[in-house]
Design a protein around this ligand. Structure first.
Ligand code: ADP
Ligand code: ASP
Ligand code: MG
Length: 410
């Protein structure tokens, strides 16, 4: 029997009517002869509300307690969906992450999944139940509740689809698929029918809020077919799958903007073997996730180094750098949190030239200064002033014709 995992995001379960609609979709997939696992997020803006409640009492809440609190949002949704299904005369049962042994490491607020138990789910599926699992949450080996990072229900869903060897993982959301960029900023953005795991992984890591990047990592590793689609309409969305030969021809698939980044610069670090290792080992010890790193030799003796981190990690990163800076004879440290990173992504960049040129020209014509540039095989990113972020993204989208479907771009 085929297994289908259906994930419903916050807006798709925001009120009773939407919960009923999500339940009906699950029931419909079950009617079609599938075993159905639903993964749900907290309703509407509930996670934001819980964060605000916590901050009102403590501006720096212990991460363990934060996870205890935030996990309650998803627990409410799953029980409500089970109740809605029961009302429809269906067999349904909800589980928290801990109840299905969604085991993670102990990094509260950004835990990584280590293993998932499937026995309890399989037993209920085989007995004809629709199983509803709370997204975003797990448990460490000591039984503490953990969460996977904001937007992490996508990752719960794809990871479950992987361990259950599901036929498809459907991500139901408030938009009908993945667009070339966030349509809230560039309303003319074009919808994609298909995108490769590699491109989507880059887009998601670079700020495309539509999917949690870890979800795409799981998808790629375990070859899970991911279908991102609307919970309001019944039309096909966007399929995330392995790269297909025709994708090579697409120069730029999408563009993103990230504003939740900060940049730390270390000026005049000793240009000696082992210094970068020391700095980044120390940051890793502080559990800071480092994004792009740039190091430039400025003389035989000295080098400048800079890197970006999520703003939520900035305080930990600054503390770690303060502790290590004297050991590496760093002359000064600077921090910027007023930046935006604009990126373009496309597998076609591997085999085409001129992408960087088009991007830099578009920014120059928009009178947008580029603070720093980083590239990978399939992406180019520029850091610009935060206040120019939106106009920079629009300029880049226009330069690459991201308002047109891939086959119609020049
Ligand atoms: P959910 O609560 O269902 O997980 P999210 O808010 O996390 O939904 O993700 C959906 C939103 O992602 C859309 O409403 C859209 O504004 C935003 N988004 C950002 N980038 C993109 C993109 N490239 N394509 C489509 N939507 C995007
Ligand atoms: N409820 C969590 C959040 O708002 C997880 C999710 O929606 O995926 O971030
Ligand atoms: Mg989401």
């Amino acid at each position: 029997m085929a297994i289908v995992v259906q994930k419903f995001g916050g807006t798709s379960v925001a009120d009773a009517e939407k919960i009923r609609r999500a339940a009906a979709r699950a029931a419909e997939a079950h009617n079609q002869g599938n075993q159905v696992v639903v993964v749900a997020s907290a309703r509407g803006k509930q996670t934001d509300q819980l964060v605000a409640d916590a901050l009102e009492l403590n501006p720096n809440p212990p991460r363990r307690e934060m996870d205890m609190l935030l996990s309650t949002g998803e627990q409410q949704t799953v029980s409500l969906i089970a109740m809605a299904l029961d009302q429809m005369g269906r067999k349904a049962i909800s589980f928290t992450g801990s109840q299905i042994r969604m085991l993670t490491d102990d990094t509260h607020s950004k835990a990584r999944i280590k293993s998932i138990g499937t026995d309890r789910i399989r037993k209920k599926l085989d007995a004809g139940h629709i199983v509803i699992v709370a997204g975003f949450q797990g448990m460490d080996e000591n039984g503490n509740i953990t969460t996977l990072g904001r937007g992490g229900s996508d990752t719960s869903a794809v990871a479950l689809a992987a361990v259950l060897k599901a036929d498809v993982c459907e991500i139901y959301t408030d938009i009908d698929g993945i667009y070339t960029t966030d349509p809230r900023i560039f309303p003319a953005a074009a919808k994609m029918d298909h995108i490769s795991y590699d491109e989507m992984l880059e887009l998601a890591s670079l700020g495309a809020g539509i999917m949690h990047s870890r979800a795409i990592e799981f998808g790629k590793k375990f070859d899970v077919k991911i279908h991102v689609r609307s919970s309001m309409e019944d039309k096909p969305g966007t399929l995330i799958s392995q790269e297909m030969p025709e994708m090579e021809g697409i120069l730029v698939s999408g563009a993103t903007m990230q504003k939740n980044l900060a940049k730390i610069g270390l000026i005049g670090v000793d240009n000696k073997p082992g210094n970068a290792a020391k700095i980044f080992a120390h940051l890793a010890g502080a559990r800071v996730i480092v994004n792009d790193i740039i190091q430039v030799e400025i003389s035989k003796e000295k080098a400048n180094m800079s890197f970006t981190v999520a703003k939520s990690d900035l305080a930990d990163a600054q503390k770690a750098i303060d502790e290590i800076k004297e050991q590496v004879h760093c002359q000064s440290v600077f921090v910027r949190d007023d930046i935006a990173e604009i990126s373009v992504v496309g597998v076609g960049m591997r085999s085409h030239y001129g992408v960087a040129n088009t991007m830099f020209k578009a920014l120059a014509e928009g009178k947008i200064n580029i603070d720093s540039i980083t590239t990978s095989e399939i992406r180019i990113s520029c850091i610009v002033d935060q206040e120019q972020g939106e106009s920079a993204l629009v300029a880049v989208c226009e330069a690459f014709d991201l308002d047109k479907p891939a086959e119609k771009r020049s």
